[in-house]
Ligand binder design. Structure first.
Ligand SMILES: Nc1ncnc2c1ncn2[C@@H]1O[C@H](COP(=O)(O)OP(=O)(O)O)[C@@H](O)[C@H]1O
Ligand SMILES: [Mg+2]
Length: 422
């Protein structure tokens, strides 16, 4: 079978590595891919947002299954475009992907179907939003409605900060049309976790729970990033809590989307806040998480191609998954990220690190320059390792990290620490 993966980050490298292990995958393409995905398949320089270019390529190569990494092509309707050309693709349609593409839609759905989430108000007018802030106590969570590359959520302690956030999004249009509407949401205390499942529209097959580390600095300090590391399993998610998440969030959401005439197929990723032992939804994503996918796929013992094909063909009923030892992913980033950073620094030690047992060095923001791998993004590598327990996985990951270097490399020193007792 011929498979096409769309995207170019660490998540896509992990997908390529795992899919290539399937005996059924005879040829693997990645568009556009990165120097890491090239080790497992053939990169093609078609941008992830070029839906027409990707469809033409898939038709020409007679691709049997396309797997979409990032959210943008999904919200642009790549699944609809492929379906209308008779091409098999794994992911939600444009209407279904609105679950991630519009936070207002997501909130209205959750309220209508009684899926646990923070209370909220929506606004499209600066004055109304500010007068709401004036008459309510903080902290305030101000969110742009649409996709904002992970930057559209502002947590505000004071009325002034909240009013500035509204000004930034609605009046200054910092996120363009994504900020035409906003929501102001109740601030939830607690610990975050990621819960991902694969669904064919009816059956919901959970993946192993994971936790990521969004803040740039140790101790969860500093601005949020795309994610500085992740681990799986997440001890925070006990079997009882997992059952509750499936019964009150994951399955009801898939049913709700069906009832709304937007049947949901693909990855359903719930960003959760666990407070007082109870899960509430912060948001849904309609694709694999990055970096959670890296440790999750290293732990998966089953054939990923079989799983994704079954989901695309609505054959998930009865499928269960098997999970191996714990895994931890440490993201190595460019100094300055999530702000400005330099590109083009040569990376040393990749081969030595990759030779270590139980270690995978997933590429994210890398490029080739004169035959050498160089930095080309904020998040550069996702160094991922298995271990007999989380502690062992942390040790293995940092052993590999210590072998890799470039001028301006940065990483957190406390990835996974939260999951280690005592
Ligand atoms: N209601 C809330 N209470 C507390 N923190 C929140 C709340 N909503 C979002 N956050 C924080 O902001 C981050 C980003 O919010 P999220 O809704 O996941 O948007 P996105 O991932 O699209 O930026 C969350 O991971 C969480 O840390
Ligand atoms: Mg999020």
């Amino acid at each position: 079978m011929k498979v096409l993966i769309i995207g170019s980050g660490g998540r896509e490298h992990a997908l390529a590595w795992k899919l290539k292990q399937s005996k059924k995958v005879s040829r693997l393409f990645i568009a556009p891919g990165n120097p890491g995905t090239r080790l497992h398949g053939e990169n093609r320089t078609i941008p992830a947002e070029d839906v027409e270019g990707l469809r033409a390529f898939a038709l020409k190569e007679q691709i049997d299954l396309t797997v979409v990494g990032p959210e943008l092509p999904l919200t642009l309707g790549i699944v609809d475009a492929f379906n209308s050309s008779g091409l098999r693709i794994f992911g939600p349609t444009r209407h279904a992907a609105e679950l991630e593409g519009s936070k207002v839609f997501c909130k209205e759905l959750m309220v209508k179907y009684k899926i646990p989430t923070a209370w909220y108000k929506k606004f499209d007018n600066y004055e109304k939003a500010v007068s709401y802030i004036e008459t309510h106590d903080g902290p305030y969570v101000v969110k742009a409605d649409g996709l904002a590359a992970g930057k559209g959520v502002l947590i505000c302690r004071t009325k002034k900060e909240a009013a500035d956030a509204v000004d930034l999004i609605i009046r200054k249009k910092a996120f363009g049309v994504a900020g035409k509407r906003i929501i102001i949401e109740e601030f939830l205390e607690g610990e975050e976790a990621s819960y991902l499942a694969i669904t064919d529209g009816r059956t919901v097959v959970p993946l192993a729970p994971a936790q990521d580390h969004k803040a740039i600095f140790d101790g969860d300090r500093g601005p949020n990033t795309g994610g500085m590391g992740a681990y799986s399993p997440a001890p925070l998610i006990t079997p009882a809590l997992e059952k509750e998440i499936m019964e009150t969030i994951m399955v009801p959401t898939v049913r709700a989307m069906e009832a709304e005439g937007r049947p949901y197929k693909g990855v359903l990723y719930a960003g959760l806040m666990i407070s007082g032992g109870k899960p509430k939804v912060l948001e849904f994503n309609c694709r694999f998480g990055d970096p959670e996918t890296q440790p999750i796929l290293m732990r998966l013992e089953d054939d990923l191609f079989d799983l994704l094909l079954a989901a695309a063909e609505e054959r998930l009923e009865g499928v269960t998954l098997n999970w191996g030892r714990p895994a931890v992913c440490v993201v190595m980033s460019s100094k300055g990220y999530p702000g400005d950073y330099r590109k083009g620094d040569g990376i040393n030690g990749l081969e030595e690190a990759s030779r270590l047992k139980d270690v995978m060095v997933f590429h994210a923001g890398t490029a080739m320059k004169e035959g050498k791998v160089v930095t080309s993004g904020g998040r550069v590598l996702g160094v991922t390792a298995l271990g007999d327990d989380i502690k062992g996985a942390i040790e293995n990951a940092y052993r590999a990290v210590s072998l890799i270097s470039w001028d301006g490399a940065y990483y957190r020193l406390d990835i996974g620490k939260k999951a280690v007792k005592g």
